[in-house]
Each structure stands twice: as C-alpha cells, then as structure tokens.
Design a protein around this ligand. Structure first.
Ligand SMILES: Nc1ncnc2c1ncn2[C@@H]1O[C@H](COP(=O)(O)OP(=O)(O)O)[C@@H](O)[C@H]1O
Ligand SMILES: CC(=O)OP(=O)(O)O
Ligand SMILES: [Mg+2]
Length: 395
C-alpha cells in the first residue's frame, strides 16, 4: 500500500489529491489558489468538510510547503515520510513523451524544451515539479502528459496542410490535450458498455473551461479537436477555438497590436467570455440566456453547435460510433448543453432520452434503451490516472 500525491499545477493555483493506492481511496483533496497574489488561500478537505486557510503564499514552493504542513497539521498523515510518490500533470510533452515518465533532470529539460508550445500551462507545471523536488527531494515523481494519449494519431490526422519542412524543423503538428481525461473516460465507458475497448468507437467530449473532443477507435486516440496548442478546436470559456488564421495579421493591422497580444486575446478574452461580453462561466451565461438575453443565447448556440459538428465529423471519420461521452465541469453538469449537443443525431442512430438528462456529476446513460448508439456522462478523474501511473513507474 502506498500514499500518492496527485498534482495539477496552474499558473496561480495548485490542485491536489492524496490517494491510498492501489485502493484508489481519496485521503484528502483541495487546492491552493491565488499563489503570488493578494489573499492566497488553501482549501483542504478534512473528514469530508472543506477547510479554508489564508496565509502568505508568495510562490509555488511556499504553496507546496503550506500544503504539506497542512496535511500533518490536520492529521491526514502523521509524517511526510508517508508520501511514497508524486504524480504531476504536465500539459505538453511534445513528440518526446508518449507515456508517463519518472522525472529526472533530463526529463525536466525535455519538458522545458517544449514549454513554449504551451505557454499557459507548462511553465506552471515545471514550477510545481521543482517546488516538490525542493521539499521532498527523495520521493519519486512522475510526469503524466496531456499529449501522451494522442501520440497514437496517424500522420494524416496530425499534420497541418502547410510545408512539410515546418513539421521537421519546428515540430509543427497537432498534439492534442486532455489526454489523461479522454483515456480515463474511454476506459470507464468500455466497462459501462460491457465491451472490450478494442471493439468500440467512442467520441469523448471533455467540456470544462478548456474543452476538447476526441475520437477513440479501439482504445486509441485517432483524432482530437485541440491542435499544436490548447487554443484550437471548439469554442471554450475564454479561448476562441478554430478561426481563420488570416484574422491574426488583419487584427494586428486594425488594432495596432503585436501578434503575441492578439494570441493572448484569442486565449483569454475570446470564447464564451468574448461572445457573451460578460462571463466565461457557463452557469452565468445559461442564467442570462434563460432570462431572454439574446447575446448570451447566441453564445450558447455557437458553443453547442461546434461540439455537435465535431461529433458528426468524428462519427464520419471512424465510419461509425458506439457511444458519445460527456465529461468535465460543463459536460458533467449542464443538462442544457448536453441536450442541445445531442438532439438531431437520430440519423446516426443516437436516440437522446430527455427524461434521463436531469443528472449532475454522476455516471448515467442519456439515450433510450433501444438506441443503437449510446450517450453517457462519465465524471472524469485525472487524479486517479496520475496516481496509477506514479505507482506503475515508481515501484
Ligand atoms: N452546474 C453547472 N452548470 C453549467 N456549467 C457548469 C456547472 N458547474 C460547472 N460548470 C462549468 O464548468 C467549468 C469548469 O470546468 P472544469 O472542468 O472544472 O474546468 P478546468 O479544469 O479547466 O478549470 C466552469 O467554467 C463552469 O462554466
Ligand atoms: C490543456 C488544457 O486546455 O487544459 P485546461 O482545460 O486545464 O486549461
Ligand atoms: Mg480541466
């Protein structure tokens, strides 16, 4: 038996879960928010209750120290020696990493090398890894990459139609993200459908703040909506998803902004936030649309239409589909989004059952008993995947 810490480090936050393995029992979970900002806060679950603490947390190393102190202070563990391994989510692994790896200096250098491909995510992941290494230098740490699951895509799917040289020289290709989540829900879907993964064609919709749709044939990712970076694909909370690339120089000329500033707008001020003009949070937009706000309704329609289109595309590219999966914050919680995405797929053999759709955050089927193609909700669990790979690679 071992205790594994699963870490998902963001630029100003650090989400964590401590698990007992191989039982996969969650001992505690929580997050440190507003690292380096005013009013930083640690939230930790103690005996099922959420406990909030405010401290000075200037950087990630301080956040890690605070988190570890709070594990012993709250009696979750008696001593830090009880931690047997740390699993870190790393968003971009480039072509270098097609599986999780035990972290050493060479691996860290490899992660740093591809950092510029995921500027919003990788630098924070690296800071998280270094912070833990500083505090727990002897404990094995494993990197689990969002991109790894998608390394099975074929060239026809991952190459862009641009000069081939750029792929060879600069590694320009589609990588895909959220792989850990797509892998978890696809494995769970095979269990729920009671069929081997090898016999299934699945379309997984990870719809959170970031969102991506993945086609999974025979247990392998064959195509996915995100691209070279996590900016591509469907409309997201603050990201534009696919746009005509010619818009970038045009916007530069019109606004006098640099390319980097425009990409920043596409990453942080677009998507549902940009379209609605007031929020990136789907709950706010659903509420406003419900009150008759036309702009909010249009934003919502764009959001669901894009996902609907991807499902059609991937069903066509796999020559069929057995099940469509919804996961992550929006996918698990928004019945309205699921309904709008799934309606109209009778031509594919997917018969949506409205009476089953009133559920949140739990595994459920959304189609009629007779529906040849199923739709289901599967809450994602990236943390358990981090812990499983940490055990696999460190024991
Ligand atoms: N009850 C709900 N109804 C609709 N959307 C929800 C609900 N709960 C959460 N969400 C959406 O989930 C999003 C966050 O998803 P999550 O998977 O946690 O994202 P991330 O991991 O990228 O931070 C929020 O932006 C919010 O819009
Ligand atoms: C890769 C990615 O988009 O991750 P997140 O949804 O956590 O921002
Ligand atoms: Mg997420």
């Amino acid at each position: 038996m071992s205790k594994i810490m699963a870490i998902n480090a963001g630029s100003s936050s650090l989400k964590f879960q401590l698990l007992n393995m191989p039982e996969e029992e969650v001992l505690t979970k929580g997050l440190v928010e507003r690292i380096g900002l005013d009013n930083p806060q640690l939230t930790i679950e103690v005996e099922g209750e959420k406990k909030k603490e405010t401290f000075s947390i200037p950087d990630h190393e301080a956040a890690v120290k605070k988190l570890l102190d709070s594990l012993t202070a709250n009696g979750i563990i008696q001593s830090l020696d009880e931690i047997d391994g740390i699993g870190h989510r790393v968003v971009h692994g480039g072509e270098k990493f097609s599986d999780s790896v035990l972290i050493n200096e060479e691996v860290l250098a490899g992660i740093e090398e591809v950092s510029e491909l995921a500027p919003l995510h990788n630098p924070a992941n690296i800071v998280g890894i270094r912070a833990f290494k500083e505090v727990l230098p002897e404990v094995p740490a494993v990197a689990v990459f969002d991109t790894a699951f998608h390394q099975t895509m074929e060239k026809e799917k991952y190459l862009y139609s641009i000069p081939y040289d750029y792929y060879e020289k600069y590694g320009i290709r589609k990588y895909g993200f959220h792989g850990t989540s797509h892998k978890y829900v696809s494995e769970r879907a095979a269990e729920l459908l009671d069929k081997p993964a090898e016999d299934l064609k699945l379309i997984s919709c990870h719809i959170g703040n970031g969102a991506s749709i993945t086609a999974i044939d025979g247990g392998k990712s064959v195509d996915t909506s995100m691209g070279f970076t996590p900016l591509a694909g469907v409309t997201m909370g603050t990201r534009s998803g696919n746009i005509d690339p010619a818009l970038i120089p045009y916007l530069m000329e019109k606004t006098g902004k640099e390319a980097g500033e425009i990409v920043n707008i596409l990453n942080k001020e677009s998507g549902m936030l940009g379209l609605s003009g007031f929020s990136s949070d789907l709950r706010d937009i659903e509420e406003k649309a419900g009150n008759g706000d036309e702009q909010a309704q249009t934003a919502l329609n764009i959001f669901t239409t894009r996902i609907h289109k991807y499902i059609g595309t991937y069903a066509a590219s796999m020559n069929g589909v057995d099940a469509v999966i919804f996961t992550a914050g929006v996918g698990e919680n928004s019945d309205k989004v699921r309904e709008k995405v799934l309606k109209g797929f009778e031509f594919l053999g997917l018969y949506f059952d409205e009476s089953k759709n009133n559920v949140r955050g739990q595994e459920a089927f959304l189609t009629t008993e007779e529906s040849p193609v199923k739709a289901l909700i599967i809450p994602t669990n990236e943390e358990v995947m981090l812990a499983r790979d940490t055990v696999r690679l460190s024991s």
